[in-house]
Write a protein that binds this ligand. Structure first.
Ligand code: ADP
Ligand code: MG
Length: 140
């Protein structure tokens, strides 16, 4: 299995509840290594750019409002099969449908306020990492 990198966000609902450390512990327990991390407060334009693929979805405006409502922690995670492994430990988009022991099941508040983002494919991982980080910030 190849070593991969994926992009992750600890979302505003989670930073508001001071869950960064608890979520990081779950990521690390899942075999993922945090090779870059920073806390920032996204502007509207940055959120709209990040979620451009969802522009046509009915929840796009609300999603951008939520993602700019407070600080986030953006991260690059590295490990074997990191993209799938992260999606697994995150759990389903809707916390009510997420498996026991996942981040979203444990801490998610609802389908929008679901604690974490994780890339869904190698192409989106590379694109999303590049949106927030430069190469010298990734320390594996
Ligand atoms: P995921 O984050 O699991 O990859 P999506 O890419 O489909 O899910 O959606 C991106 C984000 O948009 C979700 O994590 C969630 O915060 C929000 N979202 C998804 N579906 C809905 C919905 N039906 N209503 C409100 N917000 C939603
Ligand atoms: Mg997605």
């Amino acid at each position: 299995m190849a070593i991969e990198r994926t992009f992750s966000i600890i979302k505003p609902d989670a930073t508001a509840r001071n869950l960064t450390g608890k979520i990081n512990a779950m990521l690390e327990a899942a075999g993922l290594r945090i090779v870059a991390q920073k806390r920032l407060h996204m502007t509207r334009a940055q959120a709209e750019g990040f979620y451009a693929v969802h522009k046509a979805r009915p929840f796009f405006g609300e999603l951008c409002t939520y993602m700019t409502s407070g600080p986030v922690v953006v991260q690059v995670l590295q490990g074997e099969n990191a993209i799938a492994r992260n999606r697994e430990v995150m759990g389903a988009t809707d916390p009510a449908k997420a498996a026991e022991g996942t981040i979203r099941k444990t801490y998610g508040e609802g389908i929008e306020r679901n604690c974490v983002h994780g890339s869904d494919a190698p192409e989106t991982a590379a694109e999303e990492i590049g949106y927030f980080f430069s190469g010298i910030e990734l320390v594996g």
